[in-house]
Design a protein around this ligand. Structure first.
Ligand code: CAA
Ligand code: FAD
Length: 380
């Protein structure tokens, strides 16, 4: 067993840490307050190769492994989880899905600019009546000559208004249930493709979340990903890897909150001593650190499984389930350690607490992760 990172992994971790400190931290409070999309920061992340980390170099990516990706996700999430969800969707849902299952033409046309960060992508599975119950897709894709005609609504789509390329899941053969579902590549600006209003959110407020409405959108047949009926498998296989990214995001939020709380506890005084000298506070730090380390092991194990070619459905779901709980618990305790200052924006921990909650909801809620985990354990 080897718990050491490679030189390349350490270098990319350091690059992400520097970037987060120098380019994300200034302005993070303001972007959160104004729900402002981090346009400049996303451009820079593209230049640094963070938007196509696991994509092969031949398609404009950085050709790195999943462990490196998890390290970058953690560092960015320590400071700005709105930015890291953009990294996560573009890398593990859009670029990975296209490289793994797209054809050569689709890769040349869409994957290369996405991996270079010249454009960004969105992954559109959830609907008003099909969130956790993802096979209940109501959006339809009906074959019509050399096209499909798409009708329906998607909900809560990350990069909803800022993406250029949208991977859209829709039902073609309802009688076949999930085996009739397809995945398509849509472009912004296609006739009949409307972007709904921006959601007003509790956390990750810099990330733009929208509903999408499709009214007779004509999509060429060559934009279908994989064989007819492959769409649900496409979504599930892609999400299995996506969950490792969100687990790393949760780990980052937890680590960021913990580090702020630890430093604060060494300077804030009460009853004539720094608050870290009160055992109640020191024990909170001990619990936080222990849980974060446990989450880190699960996250890196899942990433390593993916890199080794092992099945990562189970390890990825366990990593997301546990790390998201640790993110929530740690962020709440970090606010507590900051006392009144924890409740005001300039100390950052209240934002981390708001951002933590989404990691228990998107890419499969905690209850859904338990379904995935228990089915794997029981071979169901
Ligand atoms: N890999 C390959 N195939 C898989 C799979 C996987 N990991 N998981 C399921 N499947 C296949 C099954 O094998 C089955 O196919 P066959 O019949 O051919 O065997 C098919 O998918 C249906 O599976 P189930 O019968 O298990 O389906 P279910 O209705 O019981 O649902 C579920 C399973 C795991 C609950 C699934 O619906 C699910 O994951 N729900 C959560 C949806 C989700 O995560 N949404 C996230 C949206 S994206 C997002 O959120 C992005 C963001 O925020 C940034
Ligand atoms: P529901 O499915 O209605 O669930 C409600 C509650 O019931 C939850 O607690 C759930 O765990 C529980 N529940 C449901 N079924 C079961 C069951 N069988 N057993 C036990 N408990 C159950 N989706 C995309 O496709 N693309 C995106 O880019 C995207 N980005 C998002 C960004 C944000 C900020 C948000 C809030 C959501 C995003 N989503 C996205 C949607 C997200 O994936 C869904 O919200 C999530 O999968 C849950 O679906 P739901 O909201 O419909 O909840």
């Amino acid at each position: 067993m080897d718990f050491k990172f490679t030189e390349e992994q350490l270098l990319i971790q350091e690059a992400a840490r520097d970037f987060a400190k120098t380019e994300l931290l200034p302005g993070v409070i303001e972007r959160d307050e104004k729900q402002e999309f981090p346009k400049e920061q996303v451009k820079r992340m593209g230049e640094l190769g963070f938007l196509g980390m696991m994509t092969s170099e031949q398609y404009g990516g950085s050709g790195m492994d999943t462990v490196s990706y998890a390290l970058v996700m953690e560092e960015i999430s320590k400071v700005d989880a709105s930015c890291s969800v953009i990294v996560s969707v573009n890398n593990s849902l859009v670029c990975w899905g296209l490289e793994k299952f797209g054809n050569e033409e689709q890769k040349q046309k869409y994957l290369t600019p996405l991996a270079k960060g010249e454009i960004i992508g969105a992954f559109c599975l959830s609907e008003p009546e099909a969130g956790s119950d993802a096979t209940s897709q109501k959006t339809t894709a009906i074959e019509h000559g050399d096209h499909y005609i798409i009708n329906g609504t998607k909900n809560w789509i990350t990069n909803g208004s800022t993406a250029d390329v949208y991977l859209v899941i829709a039902q073609t053969h309802p009688e076949l249930k999930h085996k009739g579902i397809n995945a398509f590549i849509l472009e912004k600006g296609m006739a009949g493709f409307e972007i709904g209003p921006k959601e007003q959110k509790l956390g990750i407020r810099g990330s733009d979340t929208h509903s999408l409405i499709f009214n007779d959108v004509k999509v060429p047949k060559e934009n279908r990903i994989g064989d007819d009926g492959f769409g649900f498998k496409f979504a599930m296989k892609t999400l299995a890897g996506g969950r490792i990214g969100i687990a790393a995001q949760a780990l980052g939020i937890a680590s960021g909150a913990y580090e702020l709380a630890r430093e604060y506890s060494k300077v804030r005084k009460s009853f004539g001593t720094e608050i870290c000298n009160h055992q109640a506070i020191a024990f909170k730090l001990a619990d936080m650190h222990t849980q974060i380390e446990a989450a880190r092991h699960l996250v890196l194990k899942a990433a390593w499984d993916k890199d080794q070619g092992n099945n990562y459905d189970l390890s990825g779901a366990m990593a997301k389930l546990y790390a998201s709980q640790v993110a929530m618990d740690t962020a709440i305790e970090a606010v507590q350690i900051h006392g009144g200052n924890g409740y005001v924006k300039e100390y950052h921990v209240e934002r981390l607490m708001r951002d933590a909650k989404i990691t228990q909801i998107y890419e499969g809620t905690s209850e859904i992760q338990k379904i995935v985990i228990s089915r794997a354990l029981l071979n169901k």
